[in-house]
Design a protein around this ligand. Sequence first.
Ligand code: PRX
Length: 635
Amino acid sequence: MSNYHIKHLEEYYQVYRKSIREPENFWEEIAEEHFMWRKKWDKVLSWDFSKPEVKWFEGAQLNITENCIDRHLATRGDKTAILFEPNNPDEEAEHITYSQLHQRVCKFANVLKSQGVKKGDRVCIYLPMIPELAISVLACARIGAIHSVVFAGFSSSALATRINDSDCKMVITSDGSYRGSKTIDLKGIVDDALEDCQGVNSVLVAKRIHSEIEMKAGRDHWLQPLLDDASDVCKAEIMNAEDPLFILYTSGSTGKPKGMVHTTAGYMVYTAYTFKNVFQYREKDVYWCTADIGWITGHSYIVYGPLCNGATSVMFEGVPSYPDFGRFWEIVEKHKVNQFYTAPTAIRALAKEGVDHLEKHDLTSLKVLGTVGEPINEEAWHWYDDNVGKKKSPIVDTWWQTETGGIMISPIPFVTPTKPTYATLPFIGIQPALMDENGQEIKGNQVDGRLCVKFPWPSMARTIWGNHQRYKDTYFSAFENKYFTGDGALRDEVGYYRITGRVDDVIIVSGHNLGTAPIEDAINEHPAVAESAIVGFPHDIKGNALYGYVTLKETGESRDQNNLRKEINQLITEQIGPIAKLDKIQFTAGLPKTRSGKIMRRILRKIACKDTSNLGDTSTLLNPEIVQGIMDEAL
Ligand code: PRX
């Protein structure tokens, strides 16, 4: 019997040791006993971080949807797979059973086929959090098409970049979306994006808000009539273990977004195994992850991980503040949620509202609380523990990334003693390393450094779509023979990890990764702007907010600064989306630069954080005199 479900700390250490000493035997046992294969593998693992190349379960054949759906039909056909909670609390929740999910995914898969989508084609999904989102993801996987979900808060220009980068031939969207009291014209955004996307020949449109929209003849199709006509029988395409399952874009510190490519077998095994253990999911539990399926958390821990385990996974369309800040707790009570997984930014926003909302609801169903996406501050951790978990539900602070596919460092609830702000111990099979700036591994405890991983794990991204060199440069070049995460971390006296934050130019705002370069590029397009630099500064709710230093061309200097600020944020909204708007914009005469012309963000960051007592050595700057002026006028 393999160690699929870990229940004690000693067992954790024992299984962990085994997973490190004999990784191939370990993962082979897990894969063998808990999944459905059309053909077993010839080789469990081959890897070479210098290329880099990683293959898990090579030679195996499978379809992930048979693992997520078909194999549950006999025993869990009537169990709810997806529990959809709409934006409007007066609209009824929808319980989609495993049998219904099977039917709906098969029908959708047949619609994709009828539109000419084939194995290996890329399909862009730009949908709100409605059942069609999860169903279309699974329908793509059913026929071997590679889904590329784009979060439906991105602008048309960001959407177009992503559609073109992976050469998608179809877009799946809706007539619009609800977000609290607002509606958003998603189809209009898609229409704008497609002006620049020649490769898309069909658009499927789900009806959600019943608005009047334009349908382009020959290209756009309402989804429902196609589904009505489609057969509910669709044989699963047999996929190779290393065939791509999906592409998901993440921001880099420079350049365009990176299309991280995840493959089939390893991703399935690892997300399923982590889900089972990190949430200690049991058969009758109701599990809720509040993320959007547009992000990796939703892919791995709303769709694939839970469904692989035959779980009931709640999918919530709305926002925590609508109709009021009690909405999350109302949903927990209504559906008797047992595991609740959210982000620190949401916890901080809810904490700010006090405990009145919490007290109105019965939260006794909760057993495990999770957090992900950014470091959780001590205050938020305690608020969550005291008021939501009533000190009885362990908090799993899960550290991982789009690139890692699954949870990498996290407590196992009721197994690993928790410690506020610490993600605690590496998950089974994960070998973290802390590195110093000279490329040496820092051994021992009570140390801090750059967080790397020294051995492959099954769900790691295999490449960046269309740019393997960039994959190598970004993740495998900073430290020899190691995957570099871009994060800093410290290890305490018992070996627990605490993630301290990004060490590159990625800033996490409200849990969303934002690269500074694309935002600066957007600002620099303003005709009055000469140059700009973005840094992060602490924000009570968002964790970090963005501070922009902008220098103007001579022509811009007479302009009204408040108008300029509005125009700059408008440009950012158009190019990226509202999540990347700047909280503060300071106009400066110049930016501090090194002699080689590089902007010294370290200094700008300190000024934005009002931490100017020790700016470090400024004598190497090309223009040290500029710094005092920036400090004097800081916002
Ligand atoms: O900096 C880390 C932070 O989020 C980054 C990954 O972001 P993304 O690819 O969008 O994936 C987020 C959801 C998995 C990491 O490099 N991060 C994520 N989880 C934590 C975290 N920082 C501290 N603690 C966490 N639990």
